[in-house]
Design a protein around this ligand. Sequence first.
Ligand code: PLP
Length: 284
Amino acid sequence: RTVYVNGEYLPEEEATVSIFDRGFLMADGVYEVTSVLGGKLIDFPGHAARLERSLAELEMTAPMTADDLLEVHRELVRRNGIDEGLIYLQITRGNPGDRDFAFPPADTKPTVVLFTQAKPGLAANPTAKVGIKVISIPDIRWGRRDIKTVQLLYPSMAKMAAKKAHVDDAWFVEDGLVTEGTSNNAYIVKGGKIITRDLSNDILHGITRAAVVRFAREAQMEVEERPFTIEEAQGADEAFFTSASAFVMPVIEIDGKAVGTGAPGPVAARLREIYLDESLKAAV
Ligand code: PLP
């Protein structure tokens, strides 16, 4: 696999980052994951805009323009012959040459790393036909979940808790209300209405969420942006989540209780179809 690190395309074995990198020592960095379908990037402008916002919130300077970033994404897709898959991008505050809590001088060069992950069959993922199961888990993450940082230890622990419980994922709960999934935004459907938590610093502003909410409203489906409880979700007609890597994924069980019929529902299936159709048309 060819990867990108700080301006160079290299075989993955030759790509290196300093031990003093702020990303390594302090999780001082941000990331994006963009999917590739038919060799094209899904929702690239959305990911580029969120990246810019994450960097600005952390007082980091964008190392390159969105257009240059797009070129790097495309070049990696080309070099690695990716038809369906993901591109991971990470930008850290760089290498100050030592360990110190204070941010290094603003002219410290950020570290930029990108790599591809081939995922043949990503769009036709058979799991979307069966749905997945989740458990709930307390949300003890920090208060700026709207910034897409590489501090992913607690979400990793939540994934492990799900694994130990023999389910696929976990939904975070704070003050009795679902915030989001470990790496996705959470939704329920009741009486045809789609309900998903409103945007704030409590959740990541999913790029897929923005698109799905827009497509749903364009298709005359009602969307209500408000928090919901695990009990409400268990009593809903359907539940699902969205993310750049899974698109729209039905959730059929929460904490051991079947949601609706216990099978993927029509709203999630329709939204998945619309999302894939529309975002493929707009892919770059
Ligand atoms: N919420 C969290 C915590 C995430 O990590 C992610 C994606 O990684 C999402 C939501 C979904 O965001 P997107 O649709 O931009 O992938």
